[in-house]
Write a protein that binds this ligand. Structure first.
Ligand code: F0G
Length: 339
């Protein structure tokens, strides 16, 4: 099974697919206990390249093939680059990805390079890279596969269909990290097409929170490199999604993000990347409900957008040290069973 089971709701045929979508929705008992409501985790890291981007990429690259494109291009904080590179490789297209130099997680860089994309490390940030790829796509016959591409939104809306199908309707609320704001736009569209309207809680990193501040951020900074974005392309749509659903947009600090990241890994057995943990951090920091006076949500789905293995540096930077030991039974026993 893949998201292509919704093909009658999608604008193209699957000309290139890696069987994306149909990701696990797992209950989170510890978080449920802490928040007093049913918390579910949508594990988007289970997609073929380890992030939700594959949902949009299978559709966008299929459309590019249909339109006769020979190359695809994107700006990226890492995951879009990995996904675009994989689908370009599979489709036999040239892939060009532009990433902020030194600011993307190492796993994502490895993916883009292994899939044979031309990787350009820009001495600037994501917003600079997006500006440049938009100009390039106007000048050259190359398909832009950032989430400004409408086919990306179409593919990504299928995550909402899956959740509704599985739960027999929408949860009361959805918590999701927000960077360039394509994904929250996609979930909103998916729920709307399904005839549902859960409260959408979008969370940004405090050092990269233009939607919360109400103005672009010149030099965004956060440990959650995937959402280090100062001027989201789908700004208005994200705000509209939040307002219309009686949700909220709020910021979470890096410490809160890292604490949720650890809690998910050690308490729920789910390893996601730091940006993904912003959804859970937001829930824990800001609580429920979004609009005062509204009824308490009884169920919340947190979207865990990317896999933890993407960013081993952040994981190891905070993890306890490994314990060296000689190959001696008693020595191993002592360490293994020490309090
Ligand atoms: N979580 C992860 C793991 C991401 O990679 C991204 C975006 C987001 C959340 C935010 O989604 O941009 O649709 O609001 N990553 C993009 C990239 C920007 O280039 O990989 P958004």
């Amino acid at each position: 099974m893949s998201l292509w089971r919704y093909r009658d709701r999608l604008p193209v045929e699957p000309l290139v697919t890696l069987e994306e979508g149909d990701t696990p929705l797992v209950p989170a008992p510890r978080l449920s206990e802490r928040t007093g409501c049913d918390v579910w985790l949508k594990l988007e890291g289970a997609n073929p390249t380890g992030s939700f981007k594959d949902r949009g990429m299978t559709v966008a690259v299929s459309a590019a093939i249909r339109e006769g494109a020979e190359a695809v291009i994107c700006a990226s904080t890492g995951n879009t680059a990995a996904s675009a590179a994989a689908y370009a490789a599979r489709a036999g297209l040239r892939g060009v990805v532009i990433v902020p130099e030194g600011k993307i997680a190492i796993g994502k860089l490895a993916q883009a390079l292994m899939h044979g994309a031309r990787v350009i490390a820009l001495r600037g940030n994501f917003d600079d890279a997006l500006r440049i790829v938009r100009q390039l796509a106007q000048k050259h016959p190359i398909e832009l596969v950032n989430s400004v591409n409408p086919y990306r939104i179409e593919g990504q809306k299928t995550a909402a269909f899956e959740v509704c199908d599985e739960l027999g309707g929408a949860p009361d609320a959805l918590a999701i990290p927000v960077g360039n704001a394509g994904n929250i736009t996609s979930w909103r569209r998916g729920f709307e097409e399904y005839g549902e309207s859960p409260a959408l809680y979008g969370f940004q990193a405090a050092g990269a929170a233009p939607l919360v501040l109400g103005h672009p951020v010149e030099s965004p900074e956060t440990v959650a490199s995937a959402i280090r974005i100062g001027n989201p392309a789908r700004w208005e749509e994200a705000m509209e999604a939040v307002t219309a659903s009686r949700g909220r947009i709020a910021a979470v600090g890096d410490e809160q993000i890292l604490s949720a990241y650890h809690l998910l890994a050690s308490g729920e057995g789910v390893f996601c990347e730091p940006a993904s943990a912003a959804s859970v951090a937001g829930l824990l920091a800001h609580g429920l409900p979004a609009v005062e006076g509204d009824p308490e949500p009884e169920s919340v789905v947190c979207v865990l957008t990317g896999h933890g293995l993407k960013d081993p540096d952040t994981a190891l930077g905070k993890a306890p040290a490994v314990i060296g030991c000689d190959p001696d039974l008693a020595a191993v026993e002592r360490i293994a069973f020490a309090d």
